[in-house]
Write a protein that binds this ligand. Structure first.
Ligand SMILES: NC(=O)c1ccc[n+]([C@@H]2O[C@H](COP(=O)([O-])OP(=O)(O)OC[C@H]3O[C@@H](n4cnc5c(N)ncnc54)[C@H](OP(=O)(O)O)[C@@H]3O)[C@@H](O)[C@H]2O)c1
Length: 348
C-alpha cells in the first residue's frame, strides 16, 4: 500500500513537493493539498487533477471563486498517513500543535521552522539514517541543504574538515514575490556574524567548525555561495573534482561552455526542459574550484532556492517509513526526478 500523503501549503515549495510525490506513485499517494486562498495556484492545482482541501471557514470563498474543494483540513488529516508541511516559516509549528500532533499524524517540516519543531533536522547525504522510523523530521533550508551536501561529499570520501567559512549572497525574493526586496541595495542579512546558516548546518552535522555570513541582493533566481574549506590533510584540485563528480546532487558547471553565471544556469535548465526551470542539484562552477597549499579549497556554488530541497523531502518520507536504505533512496529519488546522477557531469 502506498503511503498516503497530504501537502499542507501549496506555494513555492509545496507545489514542487506535490509534483515530486506524483512521480513515485508506486510508493506514495498524493491524497491532496491544503490551500487557504482560492487564487491562481489553487486553480492550477485543481486543473492538474489534484484534490484541494481548505479550512471550513474558507469553503464558501472557494465556491464563490468556482474552485472545487475536496474537503476540509480535518477530512484531509483523516485520509493520510503523513503530512508534509510547506506552510510559511513558523506556521509549521502551529500546524503541528493544532493539527498533526492531536490527529497522530507524523510530519515533515521545512527549513523555515526552528529545529525544535522536529526530532531530526535532515539532509539525505549527511544523516539519512537518523530519520529512520522518526515521527517528525525537518528538511533544512535551501542554503543549509546546499552546504550540507557539499560538506557531506568531502566527509563521505574520508576527508577531515578543519573548518568551513562560507559567504552567502542570497536572492532577495523568490520570482513570484513582488512585494519583497531589496531592489537597489546589498543588505547584510543579518549584519551580525554568524548568519543562522552555520548553526543550522550544525543541527545536521554537529561536529563541523563552520562560520557563515550573508547578504541579500536584488536577485530572484538563485543564491550564490562563496566557499572556503580548510582540510586536515592535503588534496589536489583533481581529487576534489573527482569527489564532486562522484557525489549525487552535485553538478559541476564546466568551463568553456559560457555557463558563467546564475542566469545562464537557469537558461540551461529551461533549455533542457527542466520543469519550471528548476535545478535541484548544487551547481559548482568548475572554474572557481581552487586548492591552495593542498589544504584550502575555494569554490563558488549556485543554489536554486525554489527546488533544491525537493529530493530531500522525498528521501525523508522513505527514511521515516523505513522504505529504503540511504543510497537506494537517493538513487531512486534522483532517477525519478531526472537529476544528474553521481559520476556524471553536466551534458556528459
Ligand atoms: N521559497 C524558498 O526559497 C524556500 C526554500 C527552502 C525552504 N523554504 C521553506 O519552505 C516553507 C514554505 O515556503 P514557501 O516559499 O513555499 O512559501 P510560500 O510560497 O509563501 O507558500 C506557502 C503556502 O502555505 C499556505 N499557507 C499560508 N498560511 C497557511 C496556513 N495557516 N495553513 C495552511 N496553509 C497556509 C499558502 O497559501 P495561501 O497562498 O493560500 O496563503 C501557500 O500555499 C517555509 O518553511 C520556507 O522557509 C522555502
Amino acid at each position: 500500500m502506498p503511503i498516503r500523503i497530504g501537502v499542507f501549503g501549496y506555494g513555492t515549495i509545496g507545489k514542487r513537493i506535490a509534483d515530486a510525490i506524483l512521480k513515485f506513485s508506486d510508493e506514495f499517494e498524493l491524497v491532496g493539498v491544503l490551500k487557504p486562498t482560492p487564487d491562481y495556484e489553487a486553480d492550477i492545482a485543481v486543473r492538474k487533477g489534484l484534490k484541494v482541501y481548505t479550512y471550513p471557514e474558507r469553503v464558501n470563498d472557494f465556491e464563490k471563486a468556482g474552485i472545487p474543494v475536496a474537503g476540509t483540513v480535518d477530512e484531509l488529516l483523516e485520509r493520510i498517513d503523513l503530512a508534509i508541511d510547506a506552510t510559511p516559516a513558523k506556521v509549521g509549528k502551529e500546524m503541528k500543535v493544532k493539527y498533526y500532533q492531536p490527529r497522530g499524524r507524523p510530519a515533515v517540516f521545512q527549513g523555515g521552522e526552528k529545529a525544535d519543531v522536529a526530532d531530526v533536522s535532515f539532509s539525505a547525504l549527511a544523516n539519512y539514517e537518523s530519520a529512520r522510523g522518526v515521527r517528525y523530521v525537518r528538511v533544512v533550508s535551501c542554503n543549509t541543504t546546499g552546504i550540507c551536501r557539499l560538506l557531506s561529499a568531502l566527509k563521505l570520501h574520508g576527508l577531515k574538515i578543519r573548518r568551513a567559512r562560507i559567504f552567502l549572497v542570497r536572492r532577495g525574493a523568490d520570482p513570484k514575490e513582488h512585494k519583497r526586496g531589496p531592489i537597489n541595495d546589498i543588505v547584510p542579512d543579518p549584519v551580525t556574524v554568524p548568519s543562522h546558516h552555520g548553526p543550522d548546518v550544525k543541527t545536521v552535522i554537529p561536529d563541523i567548525d563552520i562560520v557563515t555570513m550573508a547578504v541579500a541582493v536584488p536577485v530572484t533566481i538563485m543564491h550564490m555561495h562563496l566557499v572556503n574549506i580548510e582540510l586536515e590533510e592535503t588534496v589536489t584540485r583533481q581529487d576534489v573534482i573527482r569527489i564532486l563528480e562522484e557525489t549525487p546532487r552535485i553538478m559541476l558547471v564546466p568551463e568553456g561552455r559560457r555557463m558563467d553565471s546564475l542566469a545562464q544556469l537557469i537558461e540551461w535548465a529551461r533549455d533542457v526542459g527542466r520543469y519550471r526551470g528548476d535545478i535541484m542539484e548544487n551547481c559548482i562552477f568548475e572554474g572557481s574550484l581552487t586548492v591552495y597549499d593542498g589544504r584550502e579549497i575555494y569554490l563558488m556554488m549556485g543554489i536554486h532556492q525554489e527546488s533544491i530541497v525537493i529530493p530531500e523531502n522525498i528521501d525523508a518520507v522513505r527514511a521515516m517509513f523505513n522504505l529504503a536504505d540511504k543510497w537506494t533512496s537517493i538513487e531512486r529519488t534522483d532517477k525519478g526526478l531526472g537529476l544528474i546522477t553521481s559520476g556524471k557531469r553536466y551534458g556528459l
